[in-house]
Design a protein around this ligand. Structure first.
Ligand SMILES: Nc1ncnc2c1ncn2[C@@H]1O[C@H](C[S@+](CC[C@H]([NH3+])C(=O)[O-])CC(=O)[O-])[C@@H](O)[C@H]1O
Ligand SMILES: O=C(O)C(=O)Cc1ccccc1
Length: 243
């Protein structure tokens, strides 16, 4: 997978534009997400383990907001021979183009349908696994409930949703503490104060985080009766919900 170093926010911008998944970001995304999201590598690898356990023969798997295809690749390695189809969706053409190359680099007999589309326009059917790995946080907050209900409707009995998100906390002390730990993680990975603060401004309007309580309420609202966090490091968590 592409490993060019992320230097997007390394030089001072007079005005920081809203963050977008354009060609420049796609070109450094693998480096950016590993250096920015604590636990990302473990989460991606473990999504493959969940797939091995949960994916049903002849079913569909959805990777919504697939970026460069990390989760799809992890899933695909674990489900060969189950006659499944993976539908990997992203609205960024730059991501999809690179994702196609990444998928082609490995031999597989599992069909992957790559779609450059908005995840709100995707039909979900016959699904045993749906993955939203750090994607829901980029949807307008008022549209998140509808997407989760739609996913629930398309899941088979026993099917699961894996939802990874950056979290916000209603307790100010915890919010400040875990945010400070995350910033230290970014510093330890070589990001400067300028890079950290410019990226923070860029994300302000486009990434609105929810609290864990909001996520649990949304799962319940959508119809899920089983849901829990399975991974958390600071203000980043991954949850699993089962139908
Ligand atoms: N409405 C939308 N429709 C389709 N795609 C969207 C939409 N909104 C955002 N995206 C896409 O969601 C992805 C979010 S990144 C996911 C990482 C990946 N899951 C991974 O496992 O490496 C997470 C991050 O950057 O923090 C981007 O590629 C967007 O283009
Ligand atoms: O970088 C950050 O501070 C984040 O919150 C995570 C992130 C990672 C990659 C793209 C957008 C946000």
């Amino acid at each position: 997978m592409n490993s060019s170093q992320d230097t997007i926010y390394a030089t001072a911008h007079t005005q920081v534009a809203d963050f977008a998944f354009d060609d420049r970001v796609a070109g450094v995304f693998s480096d950016m997400i590993k250096r920015s999201v604590p636990g990302y590598g473990q989460i991606v690898a473990t999504i493959g383990d969940y797939a091995k356990r949960l994916v049903q023969p002849n079913s569909n798997i959805y990777d919504l907001g697939c970026s460069l295809g990390a989760a799809t690749l992890s899933i695909r390695r674990h489900i060969e021979g189950r006659h499944c189809r993976i539908i990997a969706v992203d609205s960024s053409e730059a991501m999809i183009d690179r994702c196609r190359e990444n998928l082609a680099a490995y031999v597989s007999h599992t069909d992957v349908e790559l779609k450059c589309a908005d995840i709100r326009d995707i039909q979900i059917e016959n699904a045993s696994l749906v993955v939203l790995n750090f994607t829901l946080q980029f949807l307008p907050p008022e549209e998140r409930d509808a997407l989760l209900s739609h996913i629930y409707q398309g899941l088979l009995p026993g099917g699961a949703l894996i939802l990874s998100e950056k979290l916000r906390f209603s307790d100010d002390t915890i919010q400040q503490l875990l945010d400070a730990q995350h910033l230290d993680f970014k510093r330890a990975n070589g990001y400067s104060e300028l890079e950290i603060s410019q990226k923070r401004s860029a994300l302000e309007n486009v990434m609105k985080t929810d609290t864990l309580e909001q996520h649990y309420a949304r799962f319940t609202n959508a119809g899920f009766t089983h849901a829990n966090v399975w991974f958390q490091c600071f203000n980043f968590a991954s949850m699993v919900a089962v139908k």
